[in-house]
Each structure stands twice: as structure tokens, then as C-alpha cells.
Ligand binder design. Structure first.
Ligand code: IPM
Ligand code: MN
Length: 328
């Protein structure tokens, strides 16, 4: 977070006055108070132009408490229906696909529906006859707005290609809702080339033919899984940035690295701040500072080009180097 803010300050034009407020959220607060995201914090967060969220999670907190009580609560409360996750393979980046040209795609992951809504339950819990259900919620309203956003993004990119990823050979109800809306909205974007892949087949192409992708639109859970795979083939989760966007602007959008908090290396200075810094670029771009965002991305590309795996730098050193490139 410190490196992200450092680069944010370095990137902003002189005349822009940055006002920040820091919120103490996460494992330490939960241990101290039992709170994850109190209503007062949620209310006051609404007044900001954007939120930069540090990676959360700690093994000392029961699984799900911070994920649902903090991260998902923010995404749902602020209606972050576009979860934007770009993947780009920068030169000289360690990757199983290093040297492959033109891996540059963006996953538009739905952020407020699907199996993430917590709709389900269990019966006869703890018995051999236990039954658990996890119901995926898909509404025409929710699907159409994210599909439309993905078409807009595809239309604005040079290749203008949009792939829907789902599993409509098995998940017939939700799958057909997605496919029908995808096809109908697509009639308004004749310039966009479309494609459909089942999610299992998509995982193959992420590894064997990632250059075939430009924009991908998919549901919340498929998007979660696919974007970890996308990160793994483009330099690792330490580089993966994301935006949780509310395109209407009714609530602040939120930017965060795709990765967790890496508690095993906390305090060692080994964490790579690049994913947070690239999330700052997404934040700037969302707020209309496209040139500043591009400068951060160029700084990261130049920095990666010179990285030497045999001489790793500290978190601070990487942040300083990127801030210097951005302001220089
Ligand atoms: C992510 C994370 C979250 C998700 C978890 C922590 C709830 O994995 O941002 O991808 O599943 O969305
Ligand atoms: Mn994830």
C-alpha cells in the first residue's frame, strides 16, 4: 500500500491535490475489535472518488471472515459489477509462456452475482446424509450490464474481439441466460467479433493460445479462477492488478491487487508491490487520468525489462524505482 501511494503521488500532475484517508481494516482490526467493516466506515467510504484496497487475509482469522465480511461486502455494497482484470505479458517477465508474443487481454468478471451471493444452505449438517447447496444467482439485469460493459471495452480496443466464457452445456439455465443476452447485445456492436468457450476449454487456450484473447466476459466464479490462471501465465500473481468498478459512478470504484497478503513473508520486504502499483494505474485511468496511468504502465514495463532474478530488490526499492521513473 505504501508503494502504491508513493507511485500515485509521483504520477499525479502538480496541480492536482491528492487527499487520502486511511482506513484500518483487516486482520489486526478484527482481532482487536471483532469488526470487519462497520457501517460507519462503509458510509464514509462513499464520499471518496476511489478506494485503493490493500491485500487482505491472515491465517489467524477464520477462513471467510475477511473475504465475506470485508472484501465481498465492499464489492456488493458499492455495486462493483465490473471486476476488471487485465493480463499482459511484459518482456523479460518470468512466465511459463515467456517469449510468447502479444499476450494482452482483459477479463471482465461479473462482480455482484453468481455463486458469490451466498444463496444456499445445508441440511442434516454433520450427518452422513448432509446436503449442501450453493445457488448461483444470475439476473438479466446483472448479466446485461456487465456484458454491455465488456462490449464497450472490446469495441474500444484495436482487435475488437469479445469471448464469452461459461459452461452452458451443463449449467443450462444460467448458461443460456448469459448466451442469449451476449448474442442480443452483440447485435448493437457489429464491429466486435464474438466467440464462445466453455470454461474448461478456455483454461486450455489460456496456456496454449493466450494470444487468441482480447476481452473475455464471464461470471463471478469462472472469472475468479480464470484470472488466477491468467496471472500465472503472465508473470505471476505479484503482477496482477484489478479494478472493482461501478461504471455509473453512484459509488466509488475500488482497486486492489488480485493477490492476498502473503502473511508468510510479512515484514521481510520481499513482497512485490507491482500488482498494487498497476492497480493504481487502473484507478487513475478510471478517474480520467489516462496519460498518468500509461506512464505507470510504461514504468513497470521498463522496470521489468531490467529486473534480474538473481538480484532481487526490496518492496521499498521497487516502489522507489517505479516512483522515480514515473516522475522522471
Ligand atoms: C479475488 C479473491 C476473492 C474472490 C476472495 C478473497 C473472496 O480470490 O479477488 O480474486 O474470490 O473474489
Ligand atoms: Mn481470486
Amino acid at each position: 500500500m505504501a508503494q502504491g501511494l508513493k507511485v500515485l503521488s509521483a504520477a499525479l500532475p502538480q496541480e492536482v491535490k491528492l487527499e487520502t484517508r486511511s482506513y484500518d481494516l483487516g486482520a489486526q482490526r478484527w482481532h482487536a475489535t471483532g469488526d470487519t467493516l462497520p457501517d460507519a466506515d462503509l458510509e464514509s467510504l462513499k464520499d471518496h472518488d476511489a478506494i485503493l484496497l490493500g491485500a487482505i487475509g491472515d491465517p489467524s482469522v477464520p477462513s471467510g471472515v475477511l473475504e465475506r465480511g470485508l472484501l465481498l461486502k465492499l464489492r456488493f455494497a458499492f455495486d462493483h459489477y465490473v471486476n476488471l482484470r487485465p493480463s499482459k505479458l511484459f518482456p523479460n517477465t518470468p512466465s511459463p509462456l515467456a517469449g510468447r508474443p502479444d499476450i494482452d487481454f482483459v477479463v471482465v468478471r461479473e462482480g455482484t452475482e453468481g455463486p458469490y451471493v451466498g444463496n444456499g444452505g445445508s441440511m442434516r449438517t454433520g450427518t452422513p446424509d448432509e446436503v449442501a447447496t450453493e445457488v448461483s444467482l444470475n439476473t438479466a439485469h446483472g448479466v446485461e450490464r456487465v456484458v454491455r460493459d465488456a462490449y464497450e471495452r472490446a469495441s474500444a480496443r484495436p482487435r475488437k474481439k469479445l469471448t464469452l466464457v461459461h459452461k452452458n452445456n451443463v449449467l443450462v439455465h444460467a448458461g443460456h441466460l448469459w448466451k442469449n443476452i451476449f448474442d442480443r447485445v452483440g447485435q448493437e456492436y457489429p464491429e466486435v467479433t464474438t466467440d464462445y468457450l466453455h470454461v474448461d476449454a478456455a483454461t486450455i487456450f489460456f496456456v496454449t493460445q493466450p494470444e487468441r484473447f482480447d476481452v473475455i466476459v464471464t461470471d463471478n466464479l469462472f472469472g475468479d479462477i480464470l484470472t488466477d490462471l491468467a496471472a500465472a501465465v503472465t508473470g505471476g500473481i505479484g503482477l496482477a492488478a484489478s479494478g472493482n468498478i461501478n461504471p455509473s459512478g453512484a459509488f466509488p470504484s475500488m482497486f486492489e491487487p488480485v493477490h492476498g497478503s502473503a502473511p508468510d513473508i510479512a515484514g521481510t520486504g520481499k513482497a512485490d508491490p507491482t500488482a498494487t502499483i498497476l492497480s493504481v494505474a487502473l484507478l487513475l485511468s478510471h478517474l480520467g487520468y489516462g496519460d498518468e496511468a500509461a506512464r505507470i504502465e510504461a514504468a513497470v514495463a521498463a522496470d521489468l525489462a531490467e529486473r534480474d532474478a538473481a538480484a532481487p530488490r526490496t518492496t521499498d526499492e521497487i516502489g522507489d524505482a517505479l516512483a522515480a521513473r514515473v516522475s522522471g
